[in-house]
Design a protein around this ligand. Structure first.
Ligand code: GLY
Length: 372
């Protein structure tokens, strides 16, 4: 079996790797370099509780399932790639700075067995840099984090070691779905034949030129900007991920990542002075001494959203064409589950979970008579 995966982010690489492990001939094509899109721009939080809350939903369930897969997933990637992913299971601290948030925290702690209420003093003892007037705090005890930039590199190594091929710097121009020779993926530089194609191109998954209109997924780009800060000599980083004041702070290898904005401005990935100011001001209001830290980097990425906010995972209405997109804020968290769902779906030619069926948007992903 030959499979072409379009998109070498965490999802595409992990799907390709799982398929290659099963003996499939896998080619992963990317418009740029592997792991350099949203995977690179992310913060690497495995934040099932902090990001998705407690209300039962297909998304929270997928998040919890994926989080449970992460320890073995990370270990396997580290063993095969020889790289460290800095994967750590570590509670995240959520702080409330308004009365509304404080009331929500009480409800959330009651509804969840993984959130522990803390007093403001307890929160400050855990993270002494916190200076904002905190009204309440929660400890999300089952969260984890991973170095997402290392993840992209390591997954590319795993894929290659399993016999998969990565073709970088080739934007996909066309996916021929109705020819006599299976599916054909064209780039400006080559033609790739496949028995199945997995579209895992993140926010660009709906942008393949000349793909049949009925097969174009309704993926919406959500821009996120982040910054990183370096501490003054001798100053320690926060020990854990801290969420509060509309931002999150992630300690990573000697620097503090601060994210993220969430805006819709098409495919414009330019960083903005407004975002830099907003992120800095929000973080400094939470931890005042951060005003003395040096801004090291400012970057952006595009999250792939969907019209109903849920991922799109599984077969489309076009035989042989599969989709793995719409992970929105959860691309890193969901990666091991997305790899399982899509590799099974492709190998068994079966549907994925109903709630994430790409065909749920009707005409957008179902073939229509005579429509191209
Ligand atoms: N999961 C973090 C973000 O999307 O900003």
């Amino acid at each position: 079996m030959r499979v072409v995966v379009v998109g070498a982010g965490a999802a595409g690489l992990a799907i390709g790797w799982r398929l290659a492990q099963k003996g499939v001939r896998v080619t992963v094509i990317d418009r740029a370099q592997p792991g350099r899109g949203a995977t690179w721009a992310a913060a690497g939080m495995i934040a099932a509780a902090a990001e998705n809350g407690e209300a039962p939903s297909p998304e929270t369930e997928l998040g919890r399932e994926a989080r449970a897969l992460w320890p073995a997933f990370a270990q396997e990637i580290e063993e095969i790639s020889g790289m460290t992913l800095r994967y750590v299971q570590d509670a995240a601290l959520l702080v409330a700075t308004t009365q509304d948030q404080s009331a929500q925290f009480e409800q959330r702690a009651r509804a969840s067995n993984e959130l522990v209420s803390l007093s403001p003093d307890e929160a400050r003892r855990m993270e002494p840099l916190l200076g904002a007037p905190i009204l309440a705090a929660l400890l999300a005890t089952k969260e984890a984090r991973v170095d997402n930039r290392a993840l992209g590199e390591a997954l590319a190594l795993c894929l290659r070691k399993a016999g998969g091929r990565i073709v970088p710097n080739e934007p996909v121009m066309h996916i021929e779905t109705e020819g006599p020779r299976g599916l054909q993926v064209s780039t400006p530089f080559g033609l790739y034949e496949a028995d199945a194609v997995v579209l895992a191109a993140g926010a660009w998954s709906g942008q393949i030129p000349r793909i049949p209109a009925h097969a174009l997924p309704p993926v919406l780009p959500y821009k996120g900007e982040m910054i990183s800060l370096l501490p003054p000599q001798g100053v320690l980083l926060p020990q854990r991920v801290v969420w509060g004041n509309d931002v999150y702070l992630v300690p990573r290898a000697g620097r503090l990542l601060i994210g993220a904005t969430l805006t819709q401005s098409g495919f414009d990935t330019r960083t903005t002075a407004e975002a830099l100011d907003w992120l800095s001001a929000r973080a400094v209001a939470l931890m005042p001494s951060l005003r003395d830290w040096r801004i090291e980097e400012h970057w952006s990425g595009l999250r792939p959203g969907s019209p109903d906010g849920l991922p799109m995972l599984g077969p489309t209405g076009v035989p042989g064409l599969y989709l793995a997109s719409g992970q929105h804020r959860n691309g890193i968290l969901f990666a091991p589950s997305v790899a399982e769902i899509l590799s099974r779906s492709v190998l068994e030619r079966s549907d994925g979970p109903k709630a994430f069926d790409p065909r749920r948007f009707g005409t957008a992903l179902a073939p229509g008579p005579g429509r191209r």
